[in-house]
Ligand binder design. Sequence first.
Ligand code: MG
Length: 508
Amino acid sequence: MVFGVPAILFSIDMRDSVALLRQTGKELQALRAVEGLLGWDQETYMPRRGGTARAESQAALSTVLHEKLTSDAFWGLIQDAAAQPKLSDRDKAMVREFRSDAEKARKIPSDLAADLARTGSLSQQAWSKARSRNAASEFLPWLEKMIVLKRREAECLGYEEKPYDALLDQFEPGSKVSAVKPVLEGLRDGLTPLARRILEKRGRRSTPPVWLDREFPMRIQRRFNKALLHDMGFDLEAGRLDESAHPFTQGLFSGDVRLTTRYSEHDWLTAVFSTLHEGGHGLYEQGLPEEDWGTPLAEAVSLSVHESQSRFWENRVGRSRPYWERYLLVAKEHFGVALEGVTVEDVLTQVTAVKPSFIRVESDEVTYNLHIVLRFELEEAIFSGALEVGGIAEAWNAGMEKLLGIRPGSDAEGFLQDVHWSCGLYGYFPTYAMGNLYAAQIAATIERETGSLDAKIRKGEFAPIREWLRDRIHRHGREIPGPELLRRATGGDLKPEYFLKYLEGKYL
Ligand code: MG
């Protein structure tokens, strides 16, 4: 028996071995959806004291999943399917991706997997405490432990050039330092002088305007944000919008995509941009092919491509003049007197303000990527052995000064600010910057092929934009590797020039 499927099916012909693989994938995915739902619930509605029991449920489920994914039975099934002649291109891709997932999982010994999970969870708790008390020394031993474990993981996974490649590959399949580095260096070298010019021209961001101090009832904000999602084409019959401290998207199935946003009673724009961002992720999840559910063909191809979708809607659409020429009127219908006297210019000044910030998640779209460059440079140094744990804080501060011209006054606003390193997410940050670059490259292509984006945004005509994204990106799932998918969609390799040109046009 493999996952409840009678063994007799094994002896049948090729079509059935592919069908059996699909069936098994569906069963794995069904369990992953439960895992996703537990995680979503934890971040939204779970009572605070439910945490310990929830962690038990999640650990139990992830053990079952790991066992199934690494079982010899599943491996045999993949080999059988791969050996079949005359597979369609899509089936070939499906088998290739199933094999890649199983292969990676099988390379990690179960004691290391358990150690990563356990130490990662404890380390994250230690980080959270250390950050709130600005006590870096309490976190450093955990950071050291996690780096040792991740090094071991990289050795198990294997790499051709650098250990860090094995970590990058977990989020951005196939990517290597030797490919990512020139792109990020090009971005850094173009962005540093450009950011300086933009800051000189526009001056510093002033204090929040009075109108952001007025009352914007949550009840109305919820309705308004759902209206924005509906307009961009997110199907609220196949998804939800809820609230959480850190906004996220959890796709369980193309018919059940959960988004969260974060409301502030006064600054109603905070929620708008979280909603548009997650809405972009959500459209991708809803656009994955339903008929391939349970296979990699119905999964997002990479984190950077996912992020390109969210940043496209958040920044290219949402932080544009035509968007607010349209949606300030809609906002006034919702909020009434609270927005009296507020002009498009007022909103634009607010949503396109530029100012170097210590905190990545609070930074503007101009300086944001410099934060990513810093983290990439440090991660690369850590895993090449050039940077010791004890030197990270100073390397961080020096890097901030060099790239952004500001020096953090504390580790809490320095290297302790992000959760990623505490739980072992190394190689993750570069996908944020690549997502921004892809978004600009995609926007330029849509414009070239379908005409002015601004004209469509002004009229609220989002369908042609959405259809383009669906056709070129969403519906393919993991059939085509990320870089090739983007090459086909945009006609070229990932280049920082599109993004730099976009910023120049918008901000100078
Ligand atoms: Mg995102």
